[in-house]
Design a protein around this ligand. Structure first.
Ligand code: ASP
Ligand code: CP
Length: 326
């Protein structure tokens, strides 16, 4: 028997004070308008100031986040916890579903309907595309997609754009290369989509078997945006403002020998960085497993750990917005 969906709704009517994000699910970057982005980035900056000046605040005191992670995570799970706690809220962490009743066979709808009895917002990471949307269908409280299989990772794309804006001072006019596993990497799926609001040139750099999925290329084309595809990083790097490197997603391969063939395809090291512009940045959603040499960390253009910290500010902004406190 399929459990019945509950009607979706905000605890109180949505208002404009937080740009209409109050009570909303965050499932895909396609739901965001340019105005939403501007609002989220403005509040993220305010959150940075708040953390730098005071460390924490009591904006979300009395609020609880359920952090439901069916897949491994370091950054997303801990930055949601840090974001909630720095705003005075609390977290129910379910990070090893092995130790929850999921391992007894409990369904996603039942798990979500249980957690909403305790929490005001649910963040979910799950191996299946569309799982966050299913969770949102059953939950009355807002659901935030923290990564659904090879689908999307919307909060990551928001922090990625925020990082570009902070580092480069603008997004329009930039040439942005996404490198590595563009087939299975959900962060680049979300980022390529979110860039539709900006006048950028995109370069998709991957081995042939890891190219950006056709449906995403079609979305990019439909919007009239420019993109190029290549497998050559050496030729690409000299002419980009942002190099967004990704990990080959081992866990998504059916045939591990294919993974072995492509895993070391691109390695960003000091040698290749000599060809890059002086004012470009290197980003990576992390974890890295060899795509960027550790020696590159000392290069001021290496922005990936600043990117990590931005994730907390952006998630603070999102939690405050969906809970109606921004
Ligand atoms: N952490 C990112 C994700 O969960 C990127 C990665 O795992 O490679 O999608
Ligand atoms: N960037 C990112 O999603 O990292 P985690 O997988 O560690 O959460």
């Amino acid at each position: 028997m399929t459990p019945e969906a509950k009607p979706k709704g905000s605890p109180v009517p949505s208002d404009k004070t937080n740009n209409g994000l109050y009570g909303r699910d965050i499932l895909s970057v396609n739901q965001f308008s340019k105005q939403d982005l501007e609002y989220i980035f403005k509040v993220s900056k305010e959150m940075r100031t708040l953390v730098e000046r005071f460390g924490s605040a009591d904006l979300l005191q009395g609020k609880i986040l359920a952090n439901l992670f069916y897949e491994p995570s370091t950054r997303t799970s801990s930055s949601f916890i840090a974001a909630m706690e720095r705003l005075g809220g609390k977290v129910i962490p379910i990070h090893g579903v092995k130790y929850s009743s999921v391992s007894k066979g409990e369904s996603l709808p039942d798990t979500v309907r249980t957690l909403e009895a305790y929490a005001d917002v649910i963040a979910i990471r799950h191996p299946e595309v569309g799982s966050a949307a299913i969770a949102a269908h059953y939950a009355k409280v807002p659901v935030i997609n923290a990564g659904d299989g090879v689908g999307e990772h919307p909060t990551q794309a928001l922090l990625d754009l925020f990082t570009i804006l902070e580092e480069m001072g603008r997004i329009d006019g930039l040439r942005i290369a996404m490198v590595g596993d563009l087939k299975y990497g959900r962060t680049v799926h979300s980022l390529a989509r979110l860039l539709r609001h900006y006048d950028v040139e995109m370069v998709f750099v991957s081995p042939d078997i890891l190219r950006m999925p056709k449906h995403i290329l079609e979305e990019v084309t439909e919007r009239g945006q420019k993109y190029e595809e290549t497998d050559n990083l050496q030729d690409t790097i000299s002419n980009v403002d942002v190099l967004y490197v990704t990990r080959v997603q081992k866990e998504r391969f059916e045939d591990l020998s294919e993974y072995e063939r492509v895993k070391g395809f691109y390695i960003v090291d000091d040698e290749i960085m000599k060809k890059a512009k002086k004012d470009m940045i290197v980003m990576h959603p992390l974890p890295r497993v060899g795509e960027i040499a550790y020696t590159v960390d000392n290069d001021p253009r290496a922005a990936y750990f600043r990117q990590v910290r931005n994730g907390m500010f952006v998630r603070m902004a999102l939690l405050a917005a969906v809970l109606g406190k921004a």
